[in-house]
Design a protein around this ligand. Structure first.
Ligand SMILES: NC(=O)c1ccc[n+]([C@@H]2O[C@H](COP(=O)([O-])OP(=O)(O)OC[C@H]3O[C@@H](n4cnc5c(N)ncnc54)[C@H](O)[C@@H]3O)[C@@H](O)[C@H]2O)c1
Length: 380
């Protein structure tokens, strides 16, 4: 079997998940990692044979088939463009870039080079979200008239919580929308097959300042004991976003995105209203899906090779009753992306750079809507 040579840039929170899950494919060897601070430590801990501080040196010397871009948002553009320019396929973390213009240039570069270019919107790869997509496509819910839900977290609730995501120069104009709202919107559009055409948003920031420790802080890391030395940093991005949507078939929707709701470590909820049935998927129970009926009992479907849509079966790696969660969704996404390197003609479900650009446009329009307090067209 051919082994693809992968390099990972950025091995903080999500880069280590890429490292672990891509190895589970069997057809990929992580030959190198690059990180400004953690390269040596992570390479030794995870048995990666080569490590670099500078991603350019890694791309120049390691003859890679794929670069996984897992750095903070502000460096996605430069790392991806460098990889593509040097003929290397890319799996890019979301959001795709800092702004629409960067994302469009990245998409154009990938097209020009004819390379695989994917964005890791992994929520598409849970068996039950894929099943939902397939039964909606088959018309089981009837025409869709509403798409509602939330993506809520609590890890930035206190003014002592700190992450690069709080700095708009690193994270982008929107924070909560780009960071987690983009996942929800991508999932909503993927499962329904609909496109968001108009948005109306209202943002809220609950702390005008956060206390930034005077040391390198990784995403989601545990607090250090004792007193921290810190500086006060003004916050110009949203903690909460209330967003209304109009879809291309006339359906309406709304969602609440937040990083400050106590007790919600990760809560993604998607409720779809159809003329025949409704469907509800929640990340706390990734392996199940509730189908709502008006004139009969509701059905709770559990992931299983005999219970899912025939086209969903390839996403099931373990027998009935064995959970497949967050990291398995990454693995299934990467499986498709790597397969597409040498088999370009098949239809894949992963998000491409076109989808990544679309999400950047949605973030941009939502930001504009919140500033101007009016409906904004997605396509101008
Ligand atoms: N798909 C998902 O569910 C998911 C989950 C978490 C994060 N993410 C995305 O992944 C990206 C990284 O987030 P994170 O939470 O892992 O952040 P993090 O802060 O934990 O890790 C980022 C790492 O990148 C390194 N780095 C920064 N700039 C670099 C550069 N120029 N060259 C090499 N290394 C560099 C840092 O040293 C750090 O180790 C973000 O874009 C984020 O939105 C996606």
């Amino acid at each position: 079997m051919k082994k693809y040579r992968a390099g990972i840039v950025g091995v903080g929170f999500v880069g280590k998940i890429h490292l672990e899950t891509v190895r589970r494919l069997g057809c990929v060897e992580v030959v190198a990692i690059a990180d400004k601070f953690l390269a040596k430590e992570v390479a030794e801990q995870w048995g990666v044979p080569n490590y670099f501080e500078d991603y350019k040196e890694m791309i120049d010397t390691m003859d890679l088939d794929m670069v996984h871009v897992c750095t903070p948002n502000s460096s996605h553009y430069e790392v991806s463009m460098y990889a593509l320019e040097h003929g290397v396929n890319v799996i890019q973390e979301k959001p795709m870039a800092l702004n629409v213009q960067q994302a469009e240039e990245m998409r154009d570069k990938a097209r020009e080079k004819g390379l695989v270019a994917a964005v890791n919107f992994h929520n598409r790869f849970y068996p039950m979200t894929n099943h939902l997509m397939n039964i909606i496509k088959d018309g089981e819910l009837g025409n869709i008239f509403s798409v509602t839900g939330e993506y809520t977290q609590d890890w930035l609730l206190y003014d002592t919580d700190y992450s690069w995501r709080l700095e708009s120069s690193i994270s982008g104009d929107t924070r909560c929308v780009a960071d987690i709202g983009s996942h929800w919107m991508d999932l909503a559009e993927f499962v329904t097959g609909l496109k968001i055409t108009q948005v109306f948003a209202d943002f809220q920031t609950i702390h005008p300042y956060h206390k930034k420790p005077k040391r390198n802080v990784l995403a989601f890391e545990e607090k250090k004991d004792g007193e921290e030395e810190y500086e006060l940093v003004p916050i110009d991005t949203e903690d909460n976003a209330c967003v209304m949507f109009r879809f291309n078939n006339g359906a309406k929707g709304c969602a609440f995105f937040s990083q400050v709701i106590a007790g919600k470590s990760v809560d993604i909820d998607l409720l779809i209203g159809g003329y025949k049935k409704s469907a509800n998927w929640n990340s706390a129970a990734v392996n199940s899906l509730t189908i709502g009926n008006r004139d009969s009992f509701n059905e709770v479907l559990e992931k299983g090779i005999n219970t899912v849509h025939p086209e969903t079966k390839p996403l099931i790696a373990y027998p009935f009753g064995h959970m497949e969660g967050f990291v398995d969704a990454f693995k299934q996404c990467f499986r498709e992306v790597y397969e597409s390197i040498d088999n370009k003609d098949k239809k894949y479900n992963y998000a491409t750079f076109d989808d990544g650009v679309h999400e950047m446009i949605l973030c941009d329009r939502i930001f504009q809507s919140s500033k101007e307090q009016r409906w904004i067209d997605v396509e101008k």
